[in-house]
Design a binder for this molecule. Structure first.
Ligand code: CA2
Length: 138
């Protein structure tokens, strides 16, 4: 089983600023702690919408599921939402912070209705739970 984690804009700064919202660990450090028997985990981060769309499109060729934190694009990008709809593998939406306890503009995501489910507010643990869900479906 092969899973792709895709992170969107500014998540490359994880662990450097705003620890009260996003914690103090970098994503690369967190990735090293993720181990699931028989699972290969690939990671892609981009600050560029089109690169994320291409990664989502290509995931259908090599992966069995995607964990997607599109960051601010979650609230704005119909292109990313359409890419999620265009692939036939399951995509779980993850947000580190609880977007429903933040500004109103973060309460809506174009992705929620296209993904199998959304996890928000559980910190980096959300990625682990999303992977466990994808594994449970195999
Ligand atoms: O809670 C999440 O995971 C978000 O997707 C994070 C996005 C935000 O726009 C979404 O509404 C919710 C922002 C990511 C910014 O990440 C940073 C990390 C460290 C320092 C600064 C920004």
């Amino acid at each position: 089983m092969r899973i792709l984690i895709i992170n969107g804009p500014n998540l490359n700064l994880l662990g450097t600023r705003e620890p009260e919202l996003y914690g103090s660990q970098s994503f690369e450090e967190f990735l090293k702690t993720l181990h699931f028997d028989g699972v290969e985990i690939d990671y892609f981060q981009s600050n560029i919408e089109g690169e994320m769309i291409t990664a989502i499109q290509n995931s259908r060729l090599h992966h069995d599921g995607v964990v997607l934190n599109a960051a601010a694009y979650s609230h704005t990008s119909i292109g990313i939402a359409d890419a999620v709809t265009a692939i036939d593998i399951p995509v779980v939406e993850v947000h580190i912070s609880n977007i429903y306890r933040r500004e109103n503009f973060r309460h809506f995501t174009y992705l929620a209705s296209r993904c199998v489910g959304t996890i928000a507010g559980l910190g980096l643990k959300g990625y682990e739970l999303a992977i466990l869900y994808l594994l449970s479906q195999k």
